[in-house]
Design a protein. Structure first.
Length: 440
């Protein structure tokens, strides 16, 4: 089928997927005067997403300056904590920063179904046409081989367009069907599993020692996933908490363990159980996350088609930084700008080239290049078990009181921790050098 079959509805652009990337692209295009369709397979934007997530909104503030007054924010994150678990021990590294609650906040929690619906609504208010309960089935090419439309499972005409943007998630059917995204194995993905638990706003404030109403806590956990590489998280919403794990898909298959078993185990940890005791389950779910980083990026575009968000593997999974929505919004906005430039120039501008160059020069591309070694390091044994064990051994050596023996001092405590953790001083030094290369 070609775009010249006669039965077609014409748009300047068709954006597939009404998540953060797709809605950002549609918003930019609609504001620029383009006729744009936003295609969503769910009954409404966000209906396929789980509750709860941390969003870093600097890019969003550039698109919608007053978002902080209108967006469905649960809590503003003012405490960021890394928890290193070794057995029943845990070492906490916490940073409190009240200025993070400013306007705009540094980060906030939101229910993704509500947030995604709100952001798509902004695109619709700007003039985009939302087509819900619609699945894109294939790209449609013109006689020159360029993408010129999108076929869907709806009865009626195909959606003809000058530019299509595939923002249809981690396992993008359109990008694969167009040949931009090659098939990826389990090692390229993680599985996120999450429980949403109701505690009530006052109880959350008490248990997490939150002093100011509306403030929130983000806890990232390492060393908590046993035989499967991964990590955990716990963060506060208005009256619920989101608690979950991100697990290596390949590691899960090899270990033959169910993710909820690992989540149960972590929920009973002595440092976690008092925070969640008596909480009422609201939701449980799982979703696929593309965490392979730069090594798995597809070609970002070709004639008539751009790829954005999770479909382009733009999630940053670098251990210290686990960010996705902000990268999706940034990528989607850049795709919208590049598409708009080609539309306005009547084809003399090349959207694929403009978009690829813009992403390379943005924080999205620069951070992925800088931390390109991080995904492999984060899933390594040295990082997953060696680092938590070392941190807890070091803290035990440093803070344990052994009177009448003298205190060891920091250097001696670090040396003893390196030996006692099974890593050894030389291996610890090699791991430190590797970490500097990955994160420096």
């Amino acid at each position: 089928m070609t775009a010249d079959d006669g039965k077609a509805t014409a748009f300047d652009a068709v954006v597939v997927g009404a998540g953060p990337a797709g809605s950002a692209a549609a918003l930019v295009l609609a504001r620029g005067g383009a006729k744009v369709a936003l295609v969503e397979r769910g009954s409404e934007p966000g209906s396929k997403n789980l509750f709860g997530g941390v969003i870093y909104p600097s890019v969003l503030a550039g698109l919608i300056p007053d978002f902080a007054e209108r967006a469905p924010i649960e809590r503003r994150i003012t405490r960021r904590t890394t928890m290193l678990v070794d057995g029943e021990r845990a070492t906490w590294l916490a940073h409190d920063n009240p200025t993070w609650a400013g306007t705009p906040p540094n980060a906030f929690t939101a229910y993704r179904p509500v947030f995604d619906r709100w952001l798509a609504g902004e695109a619709v208010a700007a003039g985009a046409t939302l087509l819900s309960s619609t699945t894109a089935t294939r790209v449609v090419r013109d006689g020159n081989g360029a993408v010129a439309g999108v076929a869907t499972d709806r009865e009626g005409p195909l959606l003809r367009c000058r530019i299509a943007i595939a923002a249809d998630g981690a396992n993008s059917f359109l990008a694969k069907q167009a040949g931009l995204l090659r098939e990826a194995g389990a090692e390229s993905y993680t599985l996120g599993v999450k429980r949403v638990l109701h505690l009530g706003s006052e109880e959350i404030d008490r248990r997490f020692a939150i002093a100011s109403p509306g403030d929130g806590v983000d806890i990232e956990i390492l060393g908590c996933t046993g035989e499967v590489p991964g990590g955990g998280f716990l963060y506060t919403n208005a009256d619920t908490v989101s608690f979950g794990l991100v697990l290596s898909l390949a590691g899960l298959a090899e270990a033959k363990v169910r993710p909820e078993e690992l989540l149960d185990r972590l929920q009973l940890h002595p440092s976690i159980e008092p925070l969640l005791r008596g909480a009422e389950p609201v939701e449980y779910g799982a979703h696929l996350i593309p965490e392979a980083g730069l090594a798995r990026w597809p070609r970002l575009g070709e004639a008539g088609l751009l790829v954005a968000g999770d479909a382009a593997f733009m999630c940053l999974a670098a251990g210290l930084w686990l960010e996705g929505v902000n990268y999706a919004i940034a990528g989607g906005a850049e795709a919208g700008r590049a598409a708009l430039a080609e539309i306005r120039s009547n084809g003399s501008a090349n959207a694929a080239e403009l978009y690829t160059r813009a992403i390379a020069n943005s924080f999205v591309g620069r951070n992925h290049r800088r931390f390109r070694l991080a995904p492999e390091l984060v899933m390594s044994k040295a990082f997953q078990s060696g680092l938590p064990r070392f941190a807890n051994d070091f803290a035990s050596e440093l803070f344990g009181v052994r009177d009448p023996q003298p205190k060891p001092g920091m250097a001696r405590a670090a040396y003893s921790a390196a030996r006692g953790s099974g890593v050894g001083p030389r291996a610890a030094a090699a791991a430190a050098i590797r970490a500097l290369r990955a994160f420096g």
